[in-house]
Design a protein around this ligand. Structure first.
Ligand code: URA
Length: 434
């Protein structure tokens, strides 16, 4: 067996055997297969797809490429959460302290930004001092002691995914069902959770642009979960416009803190409550979805959810004064409003375009070595279906570079589309796949 024959086979639309997939993953992780060979194979998979069996074998090979975390000592049902990616997606930062405050143990490993979507790890790192790299002992101890830890994909968990994730991002091979399913499920299997709730985003700002593809991705992940004995539920959520109002690292952390104080944008609230209600149910703490949502609302009102975030940030070395006073987060040099000359109703705010613009301002990476600028981004002042009057502010651009600010101002006027016709709000939750 050699890698050239494997690339050739996939290039020619043939099915790969388990041994060939294992050979590729092992060789890529131990560097005997080069980045350019892996890139060729990944592109062939992207173009020609994989059968269900190939995707399952790829997932298992990736999960077994490193350690498999054993959380059984915790003696608790661990329910993990993951998103297929979005723009303005600060769900984990709102949701995980919230469910932890109800007693759901949270042992969460998050990713960095990928393509035009942001990553929770980058966002958490905008809290000064917050350590996203804990060793296994500290990670487990934190979950035992305070019921929650959110870290980056450290340790030697699914190292094949770490390499493939960065490679796919750098060769425009992200939006592929077998590659996304294997990436997510290999991490989830390696990180030891018994049960998994997945936020499968759909729309302009998601990797799945329509419900049919999102359902296919969901079914594939549920199937892999079954084979690996991890009960998996997928919630299909709308990602046509950004989630909430803030896009950018500091800006999204501030929005998440305000959320936990009770200032909840409607779409973000619906996604958080839906995912949370299933996490509570799967961990055996409440069978009734509506009652679970009520419990979460209570813990936002009584401050317990915010207190859990403070506890976690403190435990991981972060400066909690930033949570107590969000004005402490450093601001971009230029904050400029986008003012409309038109009146009518907001017809579209394309989340992918907004994600790319935020990346251009510096909130995300174009190359994997790029440094992120935590201060920059976009704050929307309006959402789809809102009425606008001439002279009203549609959004604010937060920029640290004057040229980029000017470009962004022009681009924003194209991205936010206004129509004379009244427009209804889109659904936020499209459905549940089990
Ligand atoms: N999130 C992941 O972890 N992997 C992907 O491929 C896409 C989103």
């Amino acid at each position: 067996m050699n890698i050239l024959e494997i690339i050739e086979k996939k290039r020619d639309k043939k099915e790969l055997k388990k041994e060939e997939i294992d050979y590729f993953i092992e060789g890529y992780v131990n560097n005997s297969i080069t980045d350019y060979q892996a890139a060729a194979l990944v592109m062939a998979i992207y173009l020609n797809g994989m059968t269900k069996e190939e995707t399952t074998n790829l997932t298992i090979a990736m999960a077994n490429s490193g350690e498999i975390l054993d959380l059984s000592n915790l003696n608790k049902i661990i329910v993990d959460k993951h998103s297929t990616g979005g723009v303005g997606d600060k769900v984990s930062i709102c949701l995980l302290p919230l469910v932890a405050s109800i007693g759901v143990p949270v042992a969460k490993m998050s990713g960095r930004g990928l393509g035009f979507t942001g990553g929770t790890v980058d966002k958490m790192q905008s809290i000064p001092g917050y350590k996203t790299e804990l060793d296994m002992e500290n990670f487990i101890e934190s979950v035992e002691n305070i019921g929650i830890s959110m870290i980056s994909q450290t340790m030697n968990l699914a190292p094949a995914d770490k390499k493939l994730y960065a490679l796919r991002d750098s060769i425009s091979c992200v939006e592929s069902i077998p590659l996304i399913a294997s990436s997510i499920m290999s991490k989830k299997i390696a990180s030891g959770a018994e049960k998994i709730v997945l936020d499968v985003t759909v729309g302009y700002g998601a990797f799945m642009k329509n419900i049919k593809n999102a359902e296919m991705l969901a079914k594939e992940m549920i199937e892999i979960g079954k084979l690996a004995k991890r009960e998996t539920i997928c919630i299909l959520t709308n990602m046509n416009e950004p989630l909430g109002y803030a896009i950018g690292n500091n800006l999204e952390v501030i929005e998440a803190i305000k959320f936990l104080r009770g200032d909840m944008p409607d779409d973000l609230k619906q996604v958080v409550l839906e995912l949370g209600a299933y996490m509570i149910k799967m961990s055996g703490l409440g069978n009734n979805i509506e009652n679970n949502k009520q419990k979460m609302i209570e813990n936002i009102k009584n401050g317990k959810a915010l207190e859990k975030l403070v506890q976690m940030v403190k435990n991981q070395g972060g400066d909690i004064s930033y949570i107590e006073n969000t004005d402490k987060f450093p601001k971009a040099k230029f904050i400029e409003p986008i003012i409309t000359k038109k009146e009518g109703y907001i017809k579209e705010i394309n989340a992918e375009e907004i994600g790319k613009l935020a990346c251009y301002l510096g909130a995300g990476r174009i190359k994997k070595e790029d440094k992120i600028d935590n201060e920059v981004g976009i704050i929307l002042n309006k959402k789809v279906a809102d009425k606008v009057e001439k002279g009203e502010t549609l959004a604010y651009i937060h920029a640290n570079d004057l040229n980029k600010l000017e470009d962004a101002k022009e681009k924003m006027k194209e991205i936010i589309k206004i129509d004379n016709q009244k427009i209804g709000k889109e659904q936020t939750i499209f459905g549940i796949c089990k």
